[in-house]
Write a protein that binds this ligand. Structure first.
Ligand code: APR
Ligand code: PHB
Length: 395
């Protein structure tokens, strides 16, 4: 752990992908920062998360020197597959948009980001507890932390909350100055990581009478699978055998026949929700990534939104430090939010189209779902709309 500085330009609360990428991109622009992170490094590096990197997100990582391992070990995917009513449809990203996505686990990206900020010399203060933020309505904010029983204060010009969905940064915005929007979906995902070869070269999103299923991967030997489960399900409900048989039942026969199963090496239950807190700024406090918005994983947008917030914010902060301009900082929340809401919309669309909603007695909704899928299966224009959102709209 580095010495704890008493002053820096930007204090970043949270050292996940948003916080560590922000510190690195600020360093590239000559702006010093300090990260205060609640957990140990090892804890942050152990978290298993999604792994779909949009076309431009990958370019940003590459251009800033964080893309070497992603390019060597990640997989370029030029399309994804949808399964519905026994049919498979390939959404041809490359043909429809000229772009692709890269499959590279967030756990791996987090390692690369920690390596690069270490090389940059950015102080990463781990096990920083009880974070408090003051002075954001004036010109000289201060961030206080407790570490191993000692209190430390860091003076700065700006504070950025990158502390994820369970973070505390947004609570320093007065309640009357922020608004939250939420949609809780009435189901969750059960996810399994296994040392088995992926069932397909590309992702398969399946809509089935029994519920949604997703086949994904980390590399040639490691697969990631998810199935929709009831909202109140727990890990105990899903011994490996039950998980594999339910997954098999929801995949088209040709896919299920070649599925290789094995012991799970990690298993999670994750609720599905959309949640947005606006605005992303109060005085000299800014928010980025999951600290301000969470989307259901169906559209694979969480990590990409964290990256896009950070890119907008770095430009705005550089505009301030290089030219004394507040324009970018004033515009940050509006610009970033426009992208966030589109991702909320796309994630809602994918989620609604592909999941089985419990308790819907009226067939009307089910017919609409089928009509949506039929339209997508039959229309190249509809496929292009999905493709351009999945690979990421231009910034
Ligand atoms: N003080 C300091 N750090 C904190 C605090 C706190 N009070 N609370 C949380 N943190 C840390 C967490 O330990 C974590 O390392 O903030 C970090 C937040 O990281 P993420 O949750 O990964 O959020 P973010 O960096 O915005 O990345 C978004 O993560 O959840 C996925 O789908 C999401 O892929 C997306 C990405
Ligand atoms: C994953 O690989 O974990 C993954 C892929 C696509 C998604 C969600 C998760 O939409």
């Amino acid at each position: 752990m580095s010495e704890i500085p008493t002053r820096t330009r930007v204090v970043i609360i949270g050292g996940g992908p948003a916080g560590s990428l922000l510190a690195h991109l600020l360093h590239v622009r000559g702006i010093d920062s300090v990260i205060v992170e609640l957990r140990t490094r090892d804890h942050v590096l152990e978290r298993v998360r999604a792994g779909v990197i949009e076309h431009e997100s990958a370019e940003i990582l590459r251009d800033s020197g964080v893309g070497k391992r992603m390019d060597a070990e990640g997989f370029v995917h030029e399309g994804v597959n949808l399964a519905h009513a026994g049919q498979m449809l390939r959404i041809d990203f490359q043909g429809l948009t000229g772009k692709h996505v890269t499959i590279y686990g967030q756990t791996e990206l987090q390692k690369d980001l920690y390596d690069v900020i270490d090389a940059d010399g950015v102080p990463l203060i781990d096990e920083a507890e009880g974070v408090r933020v003051g002075g954001i309505d004036g010109d000289s904010p201060m961030v206080g932390i407790d570490r191993h029983g000692q209190e430390h204060n860091i003076a700065c010009d700006f504070v950025v909350g990158c502390d994820g969905a369970h973070g505390v940064s947004r609570d320093f915005i007065p309640p009357g100055a922020r608004h939250s929007y939420e949609r809780q979906y009435p189901f969750c995902w059960v996810g399994v990581l296994s040392e088995t070869p992926p069932v397909d070269d590309e992702l398969i999103y399946a809509s089935h009478e029994r519920g949604f299923a997703l086949c994904s991967m980390r590399n040639e030997h490691r697969s990631r699978y998810y199935i929709q489960g009831p909202a109140d399900t727990t890990l105990d409900d899903w011994p490996d055998d039950r998980f594999w048989s339910e997954l098999t039942a929801r995949l088209p026969e040709t896919v299920a026949d070649r599925l290789e199963t094995g012991p799970s090496i990690e298993k999670i239950v994750t609720p599905l929700r959309s949640w947005v807190s606006e605005p992303l700024r109060h005085g000299r406090l800014f928010l980025a990534g999951d600290a301000a918005h969470v989307v259901p994983p169906t559209g694979a947008k969480g990590l990409n939104l964290a990256i896009s917030d950070v890119v907008y914010l770095v430009d705005a902060l550089a505009g301030h430090f290089d030219h004394g301009s507040m324009t970018g900082l004033d515009e940050y929340s509006g610009v970033a939010m426009a992208r966030v809401w589109n991702a909320v919309r796309f994630s809602w669309w994918m989620t609604t189209m592909l999941h089985r909603f419990p308790g819907i007695s009226d067939d009307f909704e089910r017919r609409l779902q089928r009509a949506e899928l039929d339209y997508l299966f039959g229309s190249e224009n509809a496929q292009r709309a999905m493709a351009e959102n999945y690979v990421g709209l231009p910034r």
